[in-house]
Ligand binder design. Structure first.
Ligand code: HAM
Length: 415
């Protein structure tokens, strides 16, 4: 029979790897809660119009990357490609307008992208959203949360890149300026950028192709086209970053791929990922709540990719503590098995992680298994041990072995 494989761009996270994820997720929760953010879980699928309206019709995500399907009633649903639209929808649906709402989430997102280094079709994000304030100090807070998180993981070579893309007042003017700049250079741009010229001109600025980058390098900077309010806001964000001692670099080419952004946008990049991909991206989205039917409510947030975080951890050589099994119990002979089984449950009930063989393996095979499971101790019960009412305890790290009275096993494991 032909074997069935996982769909392209998806992967299993096997038990031998899951500890990395659990370690990162625990750190994510710890940092977010230290900053006063609480967890939200929202649906894996939503009505398609949430994303078309929220993320924007002319974005690559909505145009090409969504997993959209009719459910049995014929309603169009979409697997969530990101979390911000859902969080904004939940805010409008469930939370009193005027509340300052700080939430974080962890979970899978889905985009039909071409899988390659650090890009998948099902990938995991951690994200935070702070809804209900335009205060520049809040932009600085969310950025600091991301940086603290990465530093807590032990990552070092990261850079925060900042930009402001203005608001609905100043951006249209800037877009016109860009149009005049690119108009007579269209034929030198890549095909995608020629389309972007019509549909989403800002995205030409973050095209990664050399020919487009060369042309964009001389384009008018968005930072020189901000209205007074946006300029003041961005200046104040930078002041707050400096006040709390966060390093950043201005990068006027960061425009982000989702249409809901206003004012501050930022990415956190690692030299270990290459220019193609950011580890974390986010910004303000002061108009999204209103766009989704709520009252005008400013907001800011970001999301980071868990797979990319793990890749960078590996490349920076950060070692992640692997949980170990405390005891693997080895029975030699029929009579020993009953005693081994009793001891196994006694240890588990007393709070020790413990396991044994269920496949009738030889002593050698069981020792190997204890090794593979990274047990701290192998507890061996054979004829001798039964006769003397003891257990042989072998320290798997040092190889040292001694006999201990059956009732004193727990004390020995605690040492
Ligand atoms: P995004 O830039 O589309 O933003 O995604 C954020 C992060 O998710 C990326 O920096 C990357 O690490 C990871 N990521 C995105 N696509 C993939 C993929 N196909 N495979 C692996 N990792 C991926 C957002 O999603 C916004 N919702 C962020 C945000 C929150 N803005 C405001 N609040």
């Amino acid at each position: 029979m032909k074997k069935i494989t996982a769909p392209k761009g998806t992967d299993d996270i096997l038990p031998d790897d899951i500890y990395r994820w659990q370690w990162i997720e625990a750190k994510a929760r710890e940092v977010a809660e230290r900053y006063g953010y609480r967890e939200i879980r929202f649906p894996i699928f939503e009505h398609t119009e949430l994303f078309t309206r929220g993320i924007g019709e002319a974005t690559e995500i909505v145009e090409k990357e969504m997993y959209t399907f009719p459910d049995r009633s014929g309603r169009s649903l979409t697997l969530r490609p990101e979390g911000t639209a859902s969080v904004a929808r939940a805010f409008v649906e469930k939370i009193n307008p005027g509340t300052l709402w700080k939430v974080y989430y962890l979970g899978p997102m889905f985009r039909y992208e071409r899988p390659q280094g650090g890009r998948f079709r099902q990938f995991y994000q951690m994200g935070v959203e702070a809804i209900g304030s335009a205060a520049p100090a809040l932009d600085a807070e969310v950025i600091s949360l991301a940086v603290d998180f990465f530093q807590n993981l032990g990552l070092r070579n990261l850079m925060v890149e900042m930009n402001s893309i203005g608001c609905c007042k100043c951006r249209p003017v800037y877009k016109e300026t860009l149009k005049s700049f690119f108009k007579d250079k269209l034929s030198s741009l890549c095909n995608d950028c020629q389309r972007r010229f019509q549909r989403n001109i800002l995205r030409i600025l973050d095209c990664k192709r050399d020919e487009c980058r060369k042309i964009s390098a001389d384009s008018p900077s968005v930072l020189e086209h901000l209205c007074l309010e946006c300029r003041e806001h961005f200046k104040s964000v930078q002041k707050h970053l400096e006040l709390i001692g966060l390093k950043y670099r201005l990068n006027p080419f960061i425009v982000r791929g989702l249409d809901y952004y206003t004012r501050s946008v930022f990415e956190i990049v690692s030299e270990h990922l290459g220019a193609q991909s950011a580890l974390c991206g986010g910004g303000r989205y002061d108009d999204l709540i209103e766009e989704l039917g709520g009252q005008p409510t400013p907001a800011v947030g970001w999301a980071l990719g868990m797979e990319r975080t793990i890749m960078v951890l590996e490349r920076e050589g950060v070692s992640i503590p692997r949980p170990r099994l405390k005891a693997f119990i080895i029975a030699i002979g029929k009579e020993a098995e009953g005693r081994a089984e009793k001891l196994l449950y006694r240890l588990r009930r007393n709070g020790f992680s413990a396991d044994r063989d269920f496949q009738g393996k030889s002593l050698k095979g069981q020792m190997k298994q204890a090794d593979r499971l990274e047990a701290d101790f192998a507890l061996i019960i054979g004829e001798d041990e039964i006769k003397n009412d003891v257990v042989s305890i072998r320290n798997m790290l040092t190889g040292e072995q001694k006999q201990v009275k059956l009732e004193l096993v727990e004390n020995e494991l605690k040492r």
